[in-house]
Write a protein that binds this ligand. Structure first.
Ligand SMILES: *[C@@H]1O[C@H](CO)[C@@H](O)[C@H](O)[C@H]1NC(C)=O
Ligand SMILES: *[C@@H]1O[C@H](CO)[C@@H](O)[C@H](O)[C@H]1NC(C)=O
Ligand SMILES: *[C@@H]1O[C@H](CO)[C@@H](O)[C@H](O)[C@H]1NC(C)=O
Ligand SMILES: *[C@@H]1O[C@H](CO)[C@@H](O)[C@H](O)[C@H]1NC(C)=O
Length: 291
């Protein structure tokens, strides 16, 4: 309706300018009648109001979603599927809509305007081209939006190729490291991406992203252990272990957002006796969760 109004408004201006010069001429009275006829035709008979509203609404929704994606507000793999669906809607439905609208508008404008007097041919041509201009502009906008959808889709595809970074390491024997020292887990079960260094005990991020780390450690009767997960000097997680008799195991988890080259390690607090036997692993593991 906005589009039709825009067309009508421009048309009205042309007529008003002409009638301001010759207000009482028969031509102006005829124009007034024709203007009302045209308005009525466009408003009631074309019946495109809802279709156009739908297009503009869908277009606006897609643009909003695109803006969020381009801003990086939402950048998860699942949005890839959503944007693919949106693109399909855009391409098939919206484009088809536009074609139909243009055909419909052309036909209706032709039909209604051909009923007008021949000597107002200039006005007929003018109004037809005004409608065509607006439709063309909307088509260009939709086409540009489809291009943006494709660009975002490409970017998302590129980002959804996440490398596998995943390690699991553990002690080979019980140790009693001194306070503030990194614990070295020499037995490496998995080290995909080679970010864990079994000679230093440090994990070193080779790509930036969200990681999840997990530690299990065990203590035996009468022994206290205080353990932390450290990232660049900050404590991500802290815990203690004490067994009154027999053995006890504690687990720690910590998510961390790491930049390339950031290091994460397990450190002993004030004291730490770390038990290792085949029934009780003292271990350090981690994985890249997403970029
Ligand atoms: C509608 O009319 C305009 C101007 O006359 C023309 O450029 C356009 O191709 C037409 N579109 C259709 C679908 O008939
Ligand atoms: C509308 O009228 C113009 C000029 O008479 C013509 O060229 C065009 O093919 C017509 N379009 C339709 C869709 O009837
Ligand atoms: C097309 O996009 C431009 C720029 O965003 C906007 O000003 C204009 O109103 C849009 N036209 C239509 C018909 O939606
Ligand atoms: C940590 O990883 C980064 C990126 O792969 C590398 O440039 C840097 O040398 C590594 N640091 C150590 C101490 O291995």
């Amino acid at each position: 309706m906005k589009l039709q109004k825009k067309g009508l408004l421009l048309l009205l201006n042309v007529i008003l300018a002409a009638c301001a010069r010759e207000p009482l001429s028969p031509t102006c009275m005829l124009y007034e009648y024709e203007e009302r006829l045209l308005e009525r035709v466009l408003r009631n008979e074309i019946g495109l109001e809802n279709t156009l509203k739908d297009i503009v609404k869908t277009h606006a929704k897609v643009e909003d979603a695109l803006q969020q994606l381009e801003d990086g507000t939402v950048l998860i793999k699942s949005t890839l599927k959503a944007i693919e669906e949106k693109q399909t809607t855009m391409e098939s439905t919206l484009h088809e809509f536009m074609e139909n609208v243009m055909r419909h508008v052309n036909l209706t404008v032709n039909t209604s305007l051909s009923t007008l007097e021949n000597n107002h041919e200039a006005m007929v041509v003018k109004s037809r081209s005004l409608v065509a201009d607006v439709i063309l502009e909307l088509t260009e906008n939709v086409t540009a939006t489809i291009q943006r959808v494709e660009n975002v889709q490409e970017a998302l595809k590129a980002q959804s190729i996440i490398p596998t970074i995943y390690f699991r390491s553990r002690l080979a024997y019980s140790v009693n490291p001194s306070s503030g020292k990194d614990v070295i887990f020499p037995t490496v079960d998995v080290n995909e991406g080679h970010c864990y260094n079994p000679s230093t005990g440090k994990f070193n991020a080779s790509v930036s992203g969200m990681y999840i780390f997990s530690v299990q450690y065990c203590c035996q009767a009468g022994q206290y252990s205080y353990m932390t997960i450290k990232h660049k000097g900050n404590t991500l997680q802290a815990s203690s272990c004490y067994a009154t008799n027999d053995y006890h195991c504690v687990t720690m988890q910590a998510p961390a957002k790491l930049a390339i080259g950031d290091q994460v390690s397990v450190q002993v607090g004030s004291q730490g006796f770390l038990l290792y036997d085949y029934q009780r692993y003292t271990s350090f593991s981690g994985t890249l969760s997403h970029l």
